[in-house]
Write a protein that binds this ligand. Structure first.
Ligand code: NAD
Ligand code: UDP
Length: 333
């Protein structure tokens, strides 16, 4: 291997964020071992990477131990969209908790640095706004989102206990809503839903009144933040918020998507899911200070790029993707 070149494990590497991360690491000259069980990831996301001799793919479920030799680990494996993580909630908690134990165990044996993809969901339905890293959150432990929220919270606990107990080198990123190309049309998260609905001329499904807020980060900014965190000084463990502080209501997002696509779609209200957080906005002062990071892509620009991606995807599939096929869009796997 060349000087500075590392062998890097990315769990969840065939997913939305993981596929962008794999590409970035390959572009930097590293070798990448992508581990994924393809529960929500797709071959399509990594098909361009397969021909690269420095890219290796292993189908594996992180709830089982993994024996490989690598220099660094990014632990991203976990479904991130509410409809997907609630499909098999027990598996979701196992993925976060047993997956963290297995990947931390691997990092401990190899004495390598490990980064955890945590989430703004650790703040639950936040009372502190914007959310700072020292806020402990407002989380329901027994609701339908708990498999994800509490699983991710327990994973953070494990990372910090391994750090204290075994002196391991850890990094914890709290990722806020991120969007962009390589999301599945049936991902179920709001940006991909609204764009596909607008492009297909279907109703845009606003859950509740659409007054709840989210802050949307474009994927390239997010990946840059993860890279900077992984390569930050040893004492920078996080947790660090990585997200775009621009805050929008869901109704504002829907109106933007309609305007940018020129769609005739209508906005329709649907029941608000249980425990849906009312507001979410990252305070990113820590990331700015310790990582020199701040997002650069505004929502309109990111949406235009994402619309172009879904437009091409829908054309490729001959507009066969409808709401019905999207819920089981095997065509994209
Ligand atoms: P995604 O669902 O597109 O990707 C997750 C990947 O993990 C998929 O490829 C899936 O097949 C794989 N996976 C799931 N369970 C697995 C298991 N048991 N073993 C091996 N692989 C498994 O989601 P994403 O948006 O790319 O999210 C990636 C990570 O970032 C997740 O850990 C998620 O919690 C975190 N995150 C994402 C966001 C966001 O807005 N995208 C926000 C907060 C946190
Ligand atoms: N949402 C919506 N319509 C959709 C999908 C989601 O109004 O078709 C809302 C959802 O209720 C939530 C917000 O958009 O208030 C973001 O949802 P998403 O699933 O993208 O992420 P999360 O709730 O985890 O932030």
């Amino acid at each position: 291997m060349l000087l500075g070149q590392k062998r890097i494990l990315v769990t969840g590497g065939a997913g939305f964020l993981g596929s962008h991360l794999c590409r970035r690491l390959l572009n930097q000259g590293h070798e990448v071992l992508c581990v994924d069980n393809f529960s929500t990831g797709t071959r399509r996301n990594i098909e361009e990477l397969i021909s690269d001799p420095r890219f290796e793919l292993l189908r594996h479920n992180v709830t089982f131990p993994l024996f490989v030799e690598v220099d660094e680990i990014y632990n991203l494996a976990c479904p991130a969209s509410p409809i997907h993580y609630q499909f098999d909630p027990v598996q979701t908690t196992k993925t976060s908790v047993s997956g963290a134990i297995n990947m931390l165990g691997l990092a401990k044996r190899l004495k390598v640095r490990i980064l955890q993809a945590s989430t703004s969901e650790v703040y639950g339905d936040p009372i502190v706004h914007p959310q700072t890293e020292d806020y402990w959150g407002n989380v329901n432990p027994i609701g339908s989102r708990s498999c994800y929220d509490e699983g991710k919270r327990c994973a953070e606990t494990l990372f910090f206990d391994y750090h204290r107990q075994h002196k391991m080198s850890i990094k914890v990123a709290r990722i806020f809503n991120t969007y962009g190309p390589n999301m599945r049309p049936d991902d179920g998260r709001v940006v991909s839903n609204f764009i596909c609905q607008a492009l297909l001329g279907e109703d845009i499904t606003i859950f509740g009144r659409g007054e709840q807020t989210r802050s949307f980060c474009y994927v390239t900014d997010l990946i840059d933040g993860l890279d900077r965190l992984m390569n930050s000084p040893e004492e920078v463990t996080g947790p660090i918020n990585i997200g775009n502080p621009g805050e929008f209501t869901i109704r504002e997002l829907a109106e933007k998507v309609i305007a940018l696509t020129g769609s005739q779609s209508k906005l329709v209200e649907r029941p608000l899911p249980e425990d849906d957080p009312k507001q979410r906005q990252p305070n990113i002062e820590v990331a700015e200070k310790l990582l020199g990071w701040r997002p650069t892509i505004k929502l309109d620009e990111g949406l235009v790029r994402t619309i172009a991606y879904f437009d091409a995807l829908l054309r490729e599939h001959g507009k066969k993707i409808t709401s019905e096929t999207r819920v089981r869009a095997d065509a994209f796997v």
